[in-house]
Design a protein around this ligand. Sequence first.
Ligand SMILES: [Zn+2]
Length: 334
Amino acid sequence: MKENIFLLSETKALVAEERKNTHQIIVNLREIDRLQSYRDLHYPSLFQYLLVELGYSEGAAMRRITAARMTVELPVLDEKIAKGEISLSNVNLLKQFINEQEIATTEEKMALVDLVQGKSGNDAKAELRKLKAEREEKKKGSEDETKKKQTRTVVSDESDKDIRLHCSISKKTMEKLEKIQGLLAHKNRKITLAEVIDEMAEITLEKIDPARKKVTKTVTPIKSEKPTRTVPTQTVTELHIRANGHCENCGSVYLLEVHHKRPLCDEGGHELSNLLLLCHGCHRRESIKYFGYDKVASYNKKESADIDEATLVDINIDFALASIPRQIPFELLY
Ligand SMILES: [Zn+2]
């Protein structure tokens, strides 16, 4: 009898400890996400860090990242998670609902927190389903059925060799594709759409990929007395060749930029030994390490305001192609 009481009370204490640890992990992940510290271990995303370095399953990683980011969006969640008033699963349900229903105001979001707080997963799901039906009923009356154009792209694995790409494009784009298909048919009568896309990719890369530009001279370290801000095209090409067209820190191919190990403002030059080819994220992380978070954040503010959905779709494709597990919510991929 005594043993049984001890077992029960010990378990309760352990669960309290577990909750405390979970909350602390969320707090740490929020900071790791803000500073992108995972890049120091060569991970291209927080998600990969959680999967590989911390050994979480995809679902567990997703729940923790979403919760960490939701506490930034809704700071009140932080305390509720700490006290065990809301589970990570329910925070994820909440996030899903907010995205799907395009909930924008803090008041509405807070009302949703109240709705799922303290509920089991199933009860929370039922409440949200009910609310969704109500909202859609309301919408029906006022809106006509014009379907919002889907611009989001889903990339999924078909086999080891091929990737199936689903995306909605405008009629105009389709006409252009057909025109290209028609022109390329001179070379290959049976050219498929997939081959058309490949051909287009080749032509574009030939035109804009710095690694494909011809190096006219051998490596030419440039150490001028007053370097301009622009890195000479030839040096950029040499850098891309050295890096084989990938981020030299994490291996990503997305938005590659030239990083000066010693910045120009600190008398760094454009010589290859001072340069690294880094993806945008790793470049940002290096800048945070050198200049501090606040300075970089204020500098990047304008930049991030310019990122539209199309850019995010590109990011999605890039990471999906980089073999990150499928069915991962879009926002976790960058
Ligand atoms: Zn990188």
